[in-house]
Design a protein around this ligand. Structure first.
Ligand code: AKG
Length: 320
């Protein structure tokens, strides 16, 4: 990533959305060597009641991950606030705002791509969203994902959660470019919707990252199976990043931040304590799996199709 900043400044004529870092790295050979593998770090953060402490700890763990060699770091869903509809109004803040400024600085200081988990966002019209922001290694915000599918479920005697009591769903897809691959970002409950992952795959993403906070009912039942499903359907890497478990919280997170390969293997995972999970991501593995099992040439588009209905630049922009 050493060349990134000088490349960006040489291409200052390009707006951010047109700047592909991939174009700027050294010779074709160097580019290939740099572009096929990278280290992803998932920060399974212990989230508490103090927003300031949560942010400070997240920033410290981004630094730790970068020092351990990660080129891309991801934080969990709702990393600066306890998870709960009663907390969202109290902890929400604008984007950009103090929390996202701290994330931008952490990305820049450590020269990493940073997927900033999610935070409760207060938009200018007063609506609240569950929002993930993404940063380039130079600290530029290169993506914003407002959770598309709100977590409204009722499992009698186990868990009832109605995120829509305080949040509004987003309407846009979020993919960003890196020197290694395009990455799709969605949040927690979004992982249950296979069509969203298929749209991201159709857009060229080879890694999907889901900051998430499954619970003690749906976590053991579905968390890993959903990741394997999305990975196998689309023949790409899937990463999930959860907060650490806090048994005293009103919502107890499952933990188990995990990376699954395009072959459906668990590449890296953990239990429920605070920890950084590291995974080596290898684009050659994506190609290998896609060659061995050539689903992409075998689809019966004469019989069925997943259609991306938002394929215009306008609807991809954040709507405040
Ligand atoms: O889908 C689930 O079971 C959990 C989803 C969730 O916790 C969330 O969307 O925040």
């Amino acid at each position: 990533m050493k060349n990134y900043e000088s490349c960006r400044s040489r291409r200052a004529d390009l707006a951010d959305e047109y700047f592909f870092p991939f174009d700027c790295f050294g010779t074709a050979l160097e580019r290939r060597a740099m572009a096929t593998k990278f280290k992803l770090a998932l920060v399974q953060l212990a989230v508490g009641a103090s927003k300031g402490d949560n942010i400070a700890r997240a920033v410290a763990m981004v630094k730790q991950a970068a020092a351990a060699g990660a080129q891309m770091v991801a934080l969990p869903e709702c990393f600066n606030s306890p998870y709960g509809t009663n907390y969202f109004p109290e902890y929400a803040e604008p984007i950009p705002g103090p929390c996202t400024d701290a994330l931008a600085k952490a990305a820049k200081d450590n020269s990493v791509f940073l997927i900033g988990g999610s935070i409760p966002e207060k938009a200018s019209d007063g609506k609240l969203y569950n929002t993930s922001t993404i940063y380039s290694p130079e600290g530029t915000m290169i993506g914003v994902h407002r959770k598309i599918h709100l977590f409204d479920i009722d499992v009698p005697g186990k868990i009832r959660f109605q995120e829509s009591e305080s949040l509004t769903p987003g309407n846009t897809f979020t993919c960003f470019k890196t020197p290694y691959c395009d990455v799709g970002v969605a949040i927690c409950y979004d992982i249950r919707f296979a069509e969203l992952a298929q749209v991201y795959a159709q857009r060229g993403c080879k890694l999907l990252v889901y900051p998430g906070a499954f619970n003690m009912t749906t976590g053991p039942a579905h968390w890993e199976a959903l990741q394997k499903g999305r990975a196998l359907d689309n023949q790409l890497y899937v990463a999930t990043v959860s907060p650490a478990r806090d048994e005293s919280a009103s919502y107890v997170a499952w933990g188990h931040s995990t990376v699954v390969s395009p072959w459906g293997e668990i590449v890296a995972t953990t239990e429920h304590e605070e920890k950084i999970v590291y995974a080596d991501i290898d684009m050659a593995r994506v190609e290998e799996v896609r060659t061995m099992v050539p689903l992409r040439n075998q689809r019966r588009h004469d019989l069925y199709k997943v259609v991306d209905l938002t394929q215009t630049s306008e609807t991809d922009k954040i709507q405040k």
